[in-house]
Design a protein around this ligand. Structure first.
Ligand code: PMP
Length: 391
């Protein structure tokens, strides 16, 4: 409905610059249909393990319903720091170098707002999670997209990075394992990127929310490379590996000057992450790693099946090393990714996301999440195969 209020458009120039997420349209269409197999959602099909849910219930029974410290429960910050040390050999000070946030989503937002001045450029390596470029815009910056391609298995190359850097470049946003491509980067590959980052004095925002979901090699964090920890903000959280999307719990670790700047924004906007979710997360870190490992094994099995099946029905698919997405190429069909997704949904009732919504390099591909049962995946492959035969 258009506003009856006369005069200028009432919303800000910044917000007018950004568009609603391209994923939404397909969810809306799919939710009005029956017998849909959805490969569209980016969240685990597992329910949060019981011990974690029980810890939340117990915190409520004990009456822990007040705010926590702005940066999060100290007990949780200590657990997260131990986790980062054990899993990724990264040491952070629980008092100054970490904030518990409302999902990785909030962490991304406050990190950008803490470092970007008007007109600063932030390099966004695409295809990637849909929020990055809009968040850069909302922070007053200018996003500069660098499109990776299937030829390099969707890894960022040093050459691509060098070409995108200008005197206004402030930071680079990396996300490996990647949503939507599943691409990962090895320590050696990141070292070549780190060298350029250091030479140009950039800040790295490294979204490592899928770190645990690395199937072929152990996850490599860019912060682990010499000289990088003091210029890297790691964004992570509980949504994916711990199957906790609805709990809205993430965290950020980084150098204390940037973290304390972020804390100021967090303090005024969110105050603190939900208390009961924080108590649950303490339990998840203390006793939940076995559950995480079981889920990882299950995703790996599904990935292997899915990628092989795509090849068999004639959709070339690079092997995603992590996360829970396959990103097959649909170029040979002659359809755009939007046409492919729309026609597949209407004719075979399989929901996928067109690659172009993830930015440069995404067109010609579709994102198919394999965070759903093997039975669903098998049915989806049969339907997609039938769709391809009809083209
Ligand atoms: N980063 C990436 C790469 C993601 O895929 C997502 C969720 N799809 C997020 C961040 C947001 O996660 P959270 O639920 O913790 O806000």
């Amino acid at each position: 409905m258009t506003s009856k209020v006369k005069g200028n458009i009432r919303t800000s120039k910044l917000v007018n610059e950004i568009q609603p997420s391209g994923i939404r349209k397909f969810f809306d269409l799919a939710s009005s249909m029956d017998n849909i197999i959805s490969l569209g959602v980016g969240e685990p099909d597992f329910v949060t393990p019981w011990a974690t849910r029980e810890a939340c219930i117990s915190s409520l029974e004990r009456g822990y319903t007040a705010y926590t410290a702005n940066a999060g429960l100290l007990e949780l910050r200590v657990e997260i720091c131990e986790y980062m040390k054990k899993q990724f050999q990264l040491s952070y000070d629980p008092k100054n170098e970490i904030i518990v946030t409302v999902g990785a989503s909030e962490a991304l937002d406050i990190a950008l707002r803490a470092i970007v001045d008007p007109g600063d450029e932030v390099i966004v390596v695409e295809p990637t999670f849909v929020s990055y470029a809009p968040l850069v815009t909302l922070a007053g910056g200018k996003s500069v997209s660098v499109g990776t391609t299937v030829e390099t298995n969707f890894k960022l190359t040093p050459d691509q990075l060098l070409k995108a850097i200008t005197p206004r470049t402030k930071a680079i946003m990396l996300s490996f394992p990647n949503n939507p491509t599943g691409a990962t980067m090895t320590k050696e590959e990141l070292e070549a990127i780190a060298k350029i980052v250091e030479e140009h004095n950039l800040i790295v925002l490294s979204d490592e929310i899928y770190a645990e979901l690395s199937y072929d090699n152990k996850h490599a964090s860019i912060a682990n490379i010499e000289g990088m920890k003091e210029r890297t903000i790691i964004i992570s959280g509980f949504s994916k590996a711990f199957a906790m999307t609805g709990w809205r719990l993430g965290f950020v670790t980084g150098p204390s000057d940037i973290v304390s700047a972020m804390l100021k924004i967090h303090q005024y906007t969110l105050m603190c992450a939900p208390t009961m979710a924080q108590y649950a997360a303490v339990e998840a870190l203390q006793t939940g790693m076995e559950d995480v490992n079981k889920m990882v094994q299950s995703y790996k099995q599904r990935r292997n099946y899915f990628v092989k099946s795509f090849e068999e029905i004639g959709l070339p698919c690079h092997v995603p090393g992590g996360a829970f997405y396959a990103f097959p190429s649909i170029k040979d069909t002659g359809l755009t990714s939007e046409q492919f997704a729309e026609q597949l949904l209407i004719s075979e009732r399989v929901a996928v996301v067109p690659g172009h919504v993830f930015g440069s390099g995404g067109e010609g591909h579709i994102r198919c999440s394999y965070a759903t049962s093997l039975d669903n995946l098998k049915e989806a492959v049969t339907r997609i195969g039938r769709f391809l035969e009809k083209l």
